[in-house]
Design a protein around this ligand. Structure first.
Ligand SMILES: [Zn+2]
Length: 450
């Protein structure tokens, strides 16, 4: 497997070497390095883009709705980890995308021997570039963490936060702009980093309004205790907003330094909706991510020396559009749903059962059949359980009801091994063409950092 991956890499690199095709390693284009904007839809398999496109379109119209993804598609990537499975997690996936090295599930920027691997952001920083990341989950979650830190396990949330909060050996921070959730990891009982960070010249902002006023780097923005709410339950445009400000701050800094910047933007919670088997939630996260892609495309129209690469670390949930033998997927019914299943279940858990029906039918915007209502009525609740576990019985029934009603299929609450889309535009985009491996994406990006 590894030999095959290496062969594909060298072919891909040959394709982009414009001067000396016999020695791709020596090929050095004369043009200045482009800015790199790497956007990762966590869990965003092709099926999520299909769902989003149909949800934006009207059945019967002559044309499908255009999405900011369509004309960027250049190929597909395999995502398997270096582990005893074909199915990757987000840590191994992000480590491959950040370093070009496959690793075990759970690995944060380390190889299978737990040796730290140099990441795209570290290489960029070493070359004087400005660097940053934006995510809708906590900034110390697997994907952003794998671009800036090295840890044997993604579960070491406090250690990862400590890495972000500690200056590197030769002074300075690992990033110039870091935006997302995760306030609670920097303000813990055992350690409150906030005064120290402020004192050392790393301000932490906690509202998007404050970020809009902010003109200096470095800066860290922590806009939620842990993850942000699901997009379907939140104010619209949060990822687009954070991306706008990250681009503003990085452009400013990169002009001062006379060097490009590298920015990673993660649509983090597409994956979480996939784990929850919640189709309306997933479509809203896709819309949130698409809005951020549009922000980046508008930026690139003004700053053409910018390479944009968009991919996913894996797909999630085994989503299909069509279920139960019927030739249908009801995008209109998906669009009418106005709250996440988690949000509905959280509400139901705390209110008397006689209030359930009105609430559910309001949020789902359809009438339950008597059989479905009976299933929901028979749910047993355990007040002793905590967090998502206590919601599980309600959640499972709601998934079944929504799946039947919208004809959405799910095969798992975990990830899948299907190939994911690769999109690219701008200088160097030809390196991402065709059928490649996730590590090839990182290898091609690393080559552009000079
Ligand atoms: Zn996941």
């Amino acid at each position: 497997m590894r030999i095959l991956a290496a062969a594909i890499t060298s072919t891909a690199l040959l394709g982009c070497a414009s001067t000396a095709p016999s020695a791709p390693e020596a090929a050095t284009p004369a043009a200045p390095s482009p800015n790199i904007i790497f956007m990762i839809g966590d869990g965003m398999g092709f099926e999520y883009i299909s769902a989003y496109r149909y949800a934006m379109s009207t059945l019967g119209d002559e044309q499908l709705a255009k999405t900011p993804f369509d004309d960027l598609l250049v190929g597909a990537a395999t995502t398997y980890p270096d582990d005893d499975t074909w199915v990757t997690d987000s840590a191994a996936g992000a480590t491959a995308l950040a370093t070009g090295v496959k690793s075990y599930n759970g690995a944060i920027g380390v190889d299978t021997n737990q040796a730290p691997q140099r990441t795209l952001m570290e290489l960029a920083r070493d070359h004087g570039w400005a660097t940053g990341a934006v995510a809708t989950v906590q900034v110390n979650h697997a994907t952003p963490a794998s671009f800036f830190t090295h840890h044997p396990s993604r579960d070491l949330y406090n250690d990862i936060a400590d890495s972000y909060a500690t200056q590197v050996a030769n002074g300075g921070w690992r990033f110039d702009v870091l935006l997302g959730g995760g306030y609670d990891y920097f303000h813990r009982d055992d350690k409150n980093w906030l005064p120290e960070l402020e004192q050392q010249g790393l301000p932490v902002v906690t509202s998007l309004d404050d970020l809009a006023e902010h003109t200096q780097t470095p800066v860290m923005g922590l806009f939620a205790p842990k993850a942000l709410p699901f997009a379907i339950d939140d104010k619209p445009g949060r990822l687009a907003n954070m991306t706008t400000h990250a681009l503003r701050l990085l452009t400013e800094q990169s002009a001062t330094k006379g060097k490009p910047f590298a920015l990673m933007v993660e649509g983090s919670m597409i994956d979480w909706c996939g784990h929850a088997n919640d189709i309306a939630c997933a479509v809203h996260e896709m819309a949130d991510f698409a809005a951020a892609v549009q922000v980046v495309r508008d930026y690139i129209a003004e700053h053409p020396n910018t390479l944009l690469v968009i991919t996913a670390d894996h797909s999630t949930g085994g989503l299909t559009l069509g279920q139960g033998g019927e030739y249908a997927w009801y995008s209109d019914k998906v669009n009418a749903i106005s709250q996440s299943i988690e949000g509905i279940a959280t509400h139901l858990f705390d209110v008397p059962r006689q209030q359930w029906r009105a609430y559910v039918e309001d949020k789902l915007a359809f009438r339950l059949t008597s059989k479905q209502w009976k299933q929901l009525g028979e749910v047993k609740l355990d007040k002793e359980l905590q967090g998502r576990d206590r919601l599980k019985p309600i959640h499972q029934v709601l998934v079944r009801i929504i799946s039947e009603h919208t004809r959405t299929g799910w095969t798992t609450g975990g990830h899948t091994a299907v190939d994911v889309p690769v999109m690219a535009s701008g200088p160097g985009a030809e390196a991402f063409k065709g059928y490649i491996d996730n590590t090839d994406i990182a290898k091609a990006l690393l080559k552009l950092v000079r």
